[in-house]
Design a protein around this ligand. Structure first.
Ligand code: SF4
Ligand code: SF4
Length: 352
């Protein structure tokens, strides 16, 4: 398995990491088989999050005797000091370990970035680092390029987790990714298949032009790893064949040629249109509807099986879909042609 260095941590990370978001849909036994096969096959980076259902507990149980064989990464939604401390203790308990290699602030948005600094969240993780319960601190940011830039420039984070797939905008690749690399911030690519959209639409995409001798998922992973600034990609896995396909990519690394990338881009075409990419360009909504949050909860419900978590997050929102006045302002701002008011109603039905 090819390894790359995770920024200034100096860790040699397998280019394919294990994304644990789907594990809550599997039994403990299935997780044990899948995760052990992953480690046996050379994957040495396992990522999860406090909010991924019982993913942490399943990883903890399946790999408790192999803790030194892999780098363990988890993510915390809290921003304030006491919240972070409590969640970190829960992560350690659920993961059945004395230390976590990398803890990231999860999906930081808007004013939350400042809250990490102002309300003690970062301080809590730095304290945990001094105590040895965590080794490195990272941050995951889904859409804000200025926030990514600020996080890199701060010098406070060892790793940055970003959504990056063949559907992602060039600006991320051209600007943020090299900047992170040059500043020693390790880049972890989440959603390398655009949250499953590329795999779901594989048949229609293939029918167009793509015929590169591998599955679309494999080509898309190669696309992500062709970018030398990326340390590893963490596709979510729940089936053995998915793991095996991903392993093949990591074990036979090959950069896509310019011609192949051109074919991929032409084939993918507008597959990214019509579904929310969480880019955040449509905010603020004049009625305060948190559009991208609602679509994110819906996708966690639909694609990752995190139903209870998604329903609870929606329940906690102060402004929900019923506040939408259908003014259509957001429609003009969305670059991905999402029929926002219409799609919001569907999300509401699912999440309420
Ligand atoms: S259509 Fe609804 S969601 Fe979109 S900006 Fe107007 S009020 Fe907000
Ligand atoms: S609805 Fe459109 S503009 Fe808004 S976050 Fe989603 S993709 Fe971006």
């Amino acid at each position: 398995m090819e390894k790359r260095t995770l920024g200034k941590t100096g860790w040699g990370i397998s280019v394919i990491g294990f994304g644990g978001i789907k594990l809550s849909r599997l039994s403990h036994k299935e997780c044990e088989i899948l995760l052990n096969r992953a480690i046996d096959s050379g994957i040495n980076f396992v990522d999860t999050a406090d909010c991924y259902g019982d993913s942490e507990a399943k990883i903890g149980t399946a790999l408790r005797t192999r803790r030194k064989e892999f780098y363990l990464s988890t993510k915390i939604d809290e921003r304030d000091g006491s919240g972070v401390e409590k969640k970190l203790q829960r992560c350690l308990r659920r993961l059945k370990t004395d230390w976590i290699d990398l803890v990231l602030f999860h999906d930081v948005r808007g004013s939350e970035y400042d809250r990490i600094f102002d309300s003690g969240g970062l301080e809590a993780l730095e304290k945990a680092k001094r105590q040895g319960t965590i080794l490195e601190i990272g941050i995951s940011i889904h859409h804000s390029l200025p926030m990514m830039r600020a996080a890199i420039e701060s010098g406070l984070f060892s790793a940055l987790m970003v959504s990056y797939s063949a559907l992602d905008e060039d600006r991320l690749a051209a600007d943020i990714l090299p900047m992170a690399y040059e500043n020693g911030v390790g880049l972890i690519a989440m959603k390398p298949l655009a949250g499953g959209i590329l795999a779901e639409r594989a048949s229609s995409i293939k029918n167009r032009k793509l015929n590169l001798g591998e599955s679309l998922a494999q080509i898309c992973l190669r696309y992500v790893l062709t970018n030398p600034n990326i340390t590893c990609a963490i596709p979510g896995m729940m089936k053995l064949y998915e793991l095996d396909e991903n392993l093949q990519v990591g074990k036979s690394p090959r950069e896509l040629t310019m011609e192949e990338i051109k074919v991929l881009m032409e084939s993918v075409g507008d597959a990214g249109k019509g579904f929310c990419r969480n880019c955040g360009y449509c905010v603020p909504c004049p009625e305060g509807v948190p559009i991208s949050d609602i679509f994110r909860f819906e996708s966690y419900y639909e694609r990752y099986g995190l139903k209870e978590w998604a329903i609870e997050q929606y329940r906690l929102l102060e402004v929900k879909v019923d506040a939408c006045s259908e003014c259509a302002q957001c429609l003009e701002l969305c670059p991905y042609d999402v029929s926002i008011p219409e799609r919001l109603k569907i999300a509401h039905q699912i999440l309420q």
